[in-house]
Design a protein around this ligand. Structure first.
Ligand SMILES: Nc1ncnc2c1ncn2[C@@H]1O[C@H](COP(=O)(O)OP(=O)(O)O)[C@@H](O)[C@H]1O
Ligand SMILES: O=C(CO)[C@@H](O)[C@H](O)COP(=O)(O)O
Length: 565
């Protein structure tokens, strides 16, 4: 499930072969017009504050589940679920809400039970950039921007949750006092399914300017700089693959979910995309959604003043680097409307009718204050490097797309990424457009791949549900050849498995088991059907795309669309 996304809320169900068996969405503006959002959000009069009504997200869940029920979907077959939310956004639960959440009547849609539960009815979201003063204060309090980045993975950013919480605390201390719990959009959505407050996972937690990404605990000095009593309002962060518990009885009674259905920690949309795209080290993922993001899987990150380092949602020993560009699809839509009569087909034709390099014409297009880099306005330059006020329509369209992709390449290279034998994996709404992908391929001089469903965050959430559930089951393996005699030998073959995380390695007739240790809950899963290294990949199904036992629709290089090779 991809949740609280900018325009809509999506739902995907997959079977054990990871085939998509159900896909649907609710469109906030169209399906929930009573909230009067535009693109799912409210842009306030200062043009900096951007929020979404939290009850709209709850109502969207009611709506999508009702839609599934009327289509005859069999909820009892769902064994685990997980989800993703737009990153950084926050939800404020009023004192006493945990009881209401726990006891919600299955006779009523959830939004009716929860309507009095939020101390802030309009949640700040990732597009908000109204917290510059809180950012400067946080950096000052912890010893500077670079120090904050070294600890939390990012210098202070306006949309990051700690700064949003600091703003609410400083402007409305009484609202903050009435708040018993603060969730991210992702952990909020998980809470609705659990019937109790869900913890924040490490990966989405890294987008708050509050989590120490190395220790994976909250930073006391950051918490103290943002608001008092914050730790108890946030709860303890957990690994992204954690099974949080069974689904709340509300869903069994109202929709027929099995009471055994497990809720696996929800995460941010970009981390979920990393899982959905089965990114491998060396790949570069580019999401062309409302925001454009670029992300990489990395082992040894060096947090800098630009870009973000997040804990990796698939492998908690590693990291992901992320760059976020606010002027993504909305900027492309504006130029499409101005220069291509609102038609993507016409927009694509303009790209076909102009040559790579745009005859030296170049543009930077930032309708709203950009995140990477901090800049605003439209800036056009002709082949003689002279600033000009307009381009012919076709030239404008190519200048926009080339400019957007050149910025991605340059900023990725600034992060230390070498574009060399790179595979670019593209996702998000604009990855449907092959002409746009061709420009991406030209600019990076690299092949571009897509996956069957452009909603990789939603698909990744479904994969993560299996990941969480699989990592908890204990199956038996028939180990032939005897090459893995001890847990440590075994682990040294699979460097991403740490011995301390394994409770049992079960080998029939030998039953080599290590002592289960209190508080350690990861279990190695092996297949009943004999031994092969690939079976181990169940714990880590995305690392070696082609080797996994449960295989999404083919290894990436076989997938439908490949541009630029
Ligand atoms: N054929 C297309 N060409 C270019 N952009 C497209 C096309 N189809 C959809 N889009 C863009 O995709 C965007 C939505 O992307 P999506 O990934 O669903 O959003 P989000 O990031 O909110 O999840 C829309 O704003 C739209 O501009
Ligand atoms: O702020 C970021 C990442 O840091 C955004 O990427 C949000 O996570 C929302 O993305 P959309 O899916 O709505 O574009």
């Amino acid at each position: 499930m991809d949740w609280g996304d900018f325009f809509k809320k999506n739902f995907i169900a997959i079977d054990e072969q990871l085939r998509v068996i159900y896909e649907d969405n609710v469109h906030f503006d169209k399906d929930l017009p009573e909230f009067k959002t535009q693109g799912g959000v409210y842009i306030h009069s200062d043009r900096l504050t951007v929020t979404s009504p939290v009850l709209m997200w709850v109502k969207a869940l009611d709506m999508i589940l009702e839609k599934m029920k009327s289509s005859g979907f069999n909820f009892s077959q769902i064994r685990a679920l997980s989800g993703a939310g737009q990153q950084h956004g926050s939800v404020y639960w009023k004192k006493g809400s945990s009881q209401i959440l726990k006891n919600a009547s299955s006779e009523l849609p959830l939004h009716q039970s929860l309507k009095g539960c939020f101390s802030v009815s309009d949640s700040p979201i990732w597009m908000d950039s109204s917290t510059t003063s809180q950012c400067r204060e946080l950096e000052k309090a912890v010893g500077g921007a670079q120090h904050l980045a070294s600890v939390t993975g990012s210098r202070a950013y306006e949309r990051f949750t700690g700064n949003q919480i600091a703003k609410i605390y400083s402007q409305n201390p009484e609202v903050y006092q009435q708040t018993e719990r603060i969730s991210l959009v992702s952990s909020f959505a998980a809470s609705l399914f659990l019937g109790t407050y869900a913890p924040i996972d490490y990966s989405d937690g890294s987008g708050m300017n509050l989590l120490q990404i190395w220790e994976k605990t909250w930073s006391k000095s950051c918490l103290d700089a943002c608001a008092p009593g914050l730790e108890e309002r946030l709860g303890c962060p957990v690994p992204s693959h954690s099974v949080l518990g069974p689904i709340s009885p509300y869903y069994s009674q109202r929709y027929g979910f099995s009471p055994d259905c497990k809720v696996v920690a929800f995460t941010g949309d970009n981390p979920a995309s990393l899982a959905g795209m089965r990114l491998q080290e060396g790949d570069i993922a580019i999401s062309l959604g409302t925001s454009d993001t670029l992300f990489l899987w990395i082992q040894e990150p060096t947090p800098a003043l630009e870009g973000h380092i997040l804990c990796n949602p698939v492998d908690s020993q590693t990291y992901m680097a992320l760059l976020c560009f606010k002027n993504g699809s909305l900027m492309r839509e504006r130029i499409r409307d101005d220069c291509a009569s609102g038609s993507w087909d016409e927009f694509s034709k303009a790209l076909s009718s102009t040559a790579a390099g745009n005859s030296g014409n170049l543009g930077f297009y930032f309708d709203v204050m950009e995140i990477t880099p901090e800049a605003v306005g439209i800036h056009r330059f002709n082949r003689d490097n002279q600033k000009v006020s307009r381009f012919p329509k076709e030239v404008e369209i190519r200048a926009l797309i080339e400019g957007q992709f050149m910025a991605k390449r340059i900023h990725a290279e600034k992060l230390g990424y070498k574009v060399c034998k790179t595979r670019i994996l593209a996702t998000g709404g604009a990855s449907h457009n092959k002409k746009i992908l061709q420009v991406l391929s030209d600019v990076f001089n690299a092949p571009v791949f897509t996956i069957d469903t452009a909603n990789s965050a939603c698909l990744g959430s479904a994969y993560r549900a299996i990941h969480g559930k699989a990592a908890r089951s204990l199956l038996c393996a028939r180990l032939t050849g005897g090459s893995h005699r001890s847990k440590r030998d075994f682990c040294s073959q699979y460097t991403w498995i740490r011995p301390e995380n394994i409770i049992y390695i079960v080998i029939p007739n030998l039953v080599a088991a290590s002592q289960p240790r209190d508080g350690v809950c990861k279990v190695l899963v092996l297949s009943r059907e004999g031994w092969a290294p690939s079976h181990v990949e169940l714990l880590h199904p995305w690392k070696n795309g082609a080797k996994v036992l449960v295989q999404p629709p083919g290894p990436v290089c076989d997938l439908g669309c490949k541009v630029g090779c």
